[in-house]
Design a protein around this ligand. Sequence first.
Ligand SMILES: [Zn+2]
Ligand SMILES: [Zn+2]
Length: 363
Amino acid sequence: MSEETFAFCLNCGTYDAPLFHGLCPACYQKSLPENKLTINKKIMICTTCGALHLPGMGWTRPLDYSEFLLELDTTARALIPTPPTAIVETEPIGEIDLSQSRPEATVRLIIKDQPIPEFPVLEESASVTFVIEKGICETCSNIKNRVHNAVLQLRADRRKVLETEEDLAVDIVKALLRQTISEAHSSYLLDIVEVRGGLDFLFSDRYLANLAAQAIVHKFGGSKKETFKLVGEDKDGTKKYKSTIVVRIPLLRTGDWIILDNEPFLIIKHDRLGVIVRKKGVGKAKRYEWNMVKESVPINSQILQIPVQIIAKLDDSFLVMDSRSYETFEISLQDMPFETEIGMNITLGEYEGKRFFYSFDLK
Ligand SMILES: [Zn+2]
Ligand SMILES: [Zn+2]
């Protein structure tokens, strides 16, 4: 027995017509869901940032004009049901005058369906008219009301945060915002406030504040500590907390002198891991992690600077003369940089009776 095929329409019985899912072109077209081909839809635009409130979607991120047109096009296509085999074209949307109180925009769609090559192209047109209402999105409203649920306090250990450190921290936070804000419009940095000892960053939420705190600690080292304060309850009884994150950057920084094993050392670099120190101009640089220098305090302001002239080179020392008191004394060769030559005017430092190379410049 050979298989038989029945080339007639399952619906009307027509022979010799091309069939798709057993239907002739006319019956196929009748089987499609009946389209409501003219639709009016209300949408809202945020007049502050350009975000759109779309049916069933909530607020988008802020949109510029071309993104806005694209969003209308996409939404119109989603509103008109079409067979999966159809190709939908849209006509360009005309200029929309957003200065009107309730502007309208119409998207015209041409729906072309040819499920199989043997079928004629079935063509329909539809249109969606958007009535655009003006309003303010949730985020812009929160910003307007200065809502902030997290504060990042930038402080330093036992000192003020320097202006250069503040500038760097602001740059770090702004770079972070550029990466994250475009995706999550609901997160924002409300303000940066100058306070005693440092800066306060006011954030929409603790997620963003913690990201910023991590980025700052990653650059500067130091500690991050978060505390919560109950500020109220939502209507459904959910407790609402405000978060405070203190980022405390280390006391020591590049250019500080510190005492290690009773010797003065200069910090030539600091980073998130710790400090790199050396005797100024002398000896190898050594790295210390932050917890190894946590007891150290800068002695910069307690170093007495002594301008001297190199008078002579002895067996294992230089003979130098204090340029102000004309007193002469010796300083060990190994405590001086190898570039030191007779006749040079240099500056020594003195701290708790110990004299050491301070700088080649006269201060
Ligand atoms: Zn038929
Ligand atoms: Zn907005």
